[in-house]
Design a binder for this molecule. Structure first.
Ligand code: FAD
Length: 484
């Protein structure tokens, strides 16, 4: 069985390992000269940066690939469990260390925000129950196969709909639990983990804090890029063949079945085609003559981001691996994003991998990945917006850290929604495919298979179960289970 995979993003790599282990002969065609898509890295002037994802949860989905291939994951992919998930900073001087250990976090919250520890622990317990009761099934199974809906667990979950807060927004759920606005903002932020808006996204997404604090927050040895590298090397060891600088131009369809792909003007025949390219572009660019699932393809996109990669010639003891500098009015911030722009007081996220991988920065320095959430690209004047946003970011960080940050930046690179689209073929530069700002969003994602074209499958952040590394890995698992 010959299988072609279009794209070597993390979902394409995971699918390659799974299909090859199932006995297929797998060829991966990647437009870029390197694997990983968004999960890549680069070096500049002595600093090394992870280009995209920085938060790593659910490492067992990576481990599974090695186990499936008959290898010991620890021999090839090492990661550590972190004690702190994130450090939070508010403009009024409040700080919070979000310990991954829930009782320790609850005590910290009680001390710093005056929210009873018991209430915080109860919220996490509820988050876990939602995940165990239904969340997990919806993420690990195809929602487009009858078998999923007929399982006793799902039927039980359907009878307990109010428990899952499907019809309230995340923000409504949080305000029903907590009065303290900082606590609400802390939990609201989890909507951004899949590029959504807490004032719109369904309350079911309150399972997300359980990933970070219940299951854990991890750091891969050498940085996030080692996830790509280790899965790529595993695929090579299993015999997967990679073709870099090979952008696929068309999917060949004959008598309702995918029969191969066209690359560099040449038709190549395969028994199966798996697209890891954004589903919108897969239809629009690779098979424009086929029926287009317009309802799915026109769903709103997730948010995008503006990232400043800064080499900073100073070390900051008050900062950790993940740091959040919150805006003063979260609702206004998301209203601005909803209106296609970025307000004057955005929340700023800083990721510093040199805290754990000192080789990522010269001695005495730090590699700052500074990100603000933005709308996806709708033709905004980014060249005018970027310097404006940069000024707001610098003002906020300089005031909070008590030093002029602009004077410490030795080297800079910038990633904006246009470049995210251009570098990884992500429609409009969305980070996580389609947004979850709709109670039905989970059901409006494209399935992992084509309903109309036989032997055609889809993996990656733009299809079920959604964006983010763990979900992309799950899309590959669901797809390979469907095929088998
Ligand atoms: P991609 O990584 O988008 O890869 C698709 C691949 O397909 C690309 O390599 C592209 O070149 C290739 N391709 C496209 N068209 C063609 C073609 N015609 N022919 C051949 N190849 C083609 N997730 C987290 O879990 N944690 C985070 O902290 C996090 N933060 C993020 C921050 C940023 C700035 C970004 C951009 C993303 C972040 N994400 C995060 C999301 C995560 O990166 C993605 O969900 C995930 O990496 C997507 O993987 P993928 O396999 O779907 O596709």
């Amino acid at each position: 069985m010959k299988t072609a995979i279009i794209g070597a993003g993390i979902a394409g790599l995971a699918a390659a390992v799974r299909f090859q282990c199932a006995g297929h002969s797998v060829h991966v065609f990647e437009a870029n000269p390197y694997p990983g898509g968004k999960l890549s890295s680069f070096s500049q002037d002595g600093y090394t940066f992870d280009a995209g994802p920085s938060l790593f949860t659910m490492p067992h989905y990576v481990d599974e690939l090695f186990i499936l291939a008959g290898e010991n994951p620890e021999a090839h992919f090492k990661y550590k469990n972190l004690e702190t998930a994130c450090r939070y900073f508010w403009d009024d001087g409040t700080t919070l260390n979000a310990w991954t250990d829930i009782p320790k976090l609850a005590r910290e919250v009680e001390e710093k925000l005056d929210v009873p520890a018991k209430q915080v622990e109860a919220f996490f317990e509820r988050s876990k129950k939602k995940y165990d009761g239904a969340g997990r099934i919806f993420l690990e199974k195809s929602l487009h196969k009858a078998g999923t809906w007929l399982s006793s667990k799902v039927l039980r979950a359907l009878f307990r709909m109010p428990f899952y807060d499907l019809f309230s927004s995340m923000h409504q759920v949080h305000t029903s639990w907590f009065q303290n606005p900082k606590m609400v903002q802390f939990f609201d932020r989890y909507a951004t983990y899949n590029g959504s808006d807490p004032y719109e996204a369904p309350g079911m997404l309150t399972i997300i804090p359980h990933f970070e604090h219940g299951i854990g927050t991890f750091y891969p040895e050498g940085g996030m890029h080692s996830i790509t590298q280790s899965v790529y090397e595993l695929a090579l060891r299993k015999g997967v063949q990679f073709h870099f600088n090979h952008p696929v131009e068309r999917i060949l369809v004959d008598k309702g079945k995918a029969t191969g792909i066209c690359v560099h003007g040449k038709d190549l025949h395969f028994d199966r085609v798996v697209s890891n390219m954004d589903v919108f572009y897969t239809y629009k660019k690779l098979m424009p003559e086929q029926d287009q699932p317009e309802r799915i393809l026109s769903q709103p996109k997730s948010s995008s981001a503006l990232i400043f990669y800064w080499g900073v010639k100073k070390q900051f003891q008050e900062l950790g691996l993940h740091n959040i500098f919150f805006s003063n009015d979260y609702q206004k911030e998301f209203e601005a994003i909803g209106n296609g722009t970025v307000g004057p007081d955005p929340t700023v996220y800083i990721n510093i991998t040199s805290k754990h991988s000192p080789e990522h920065a010269p001695a005495g320095g730090e590699n700052w990945f500074v990100m603000v959430n933005t709308p996806c690209n709708q033709g905004q004047d980014w060249d005018a917006l970027i310097p404006e946003i940069k000024k707001h970011v610098l003002d906020k960080l300089s005031a909070r850290l008590g030093t002029d940050i602009s004077q410490l930046i030795e080297t800079e690179s910038i990633l904006d929604p246009r470049l995210i689209d251009g570098k990884t073929g992500s429609h409009l530069g969305a980070l996580y495919g389609y947004s979850s700002n709709n109670k039905m969003a989970a059901f409006l994602r494209h399935p992992n298979f084509s309903r109309k074209i036989g032997n055609l499958y889809f993996v990656g952040g733009s299809v079920h179960p959604g964006g983010g590394i763990p979900l992309c890995l799950l899309s590959a698992k669901i797809t390979s289970e469907l095929v088998q």
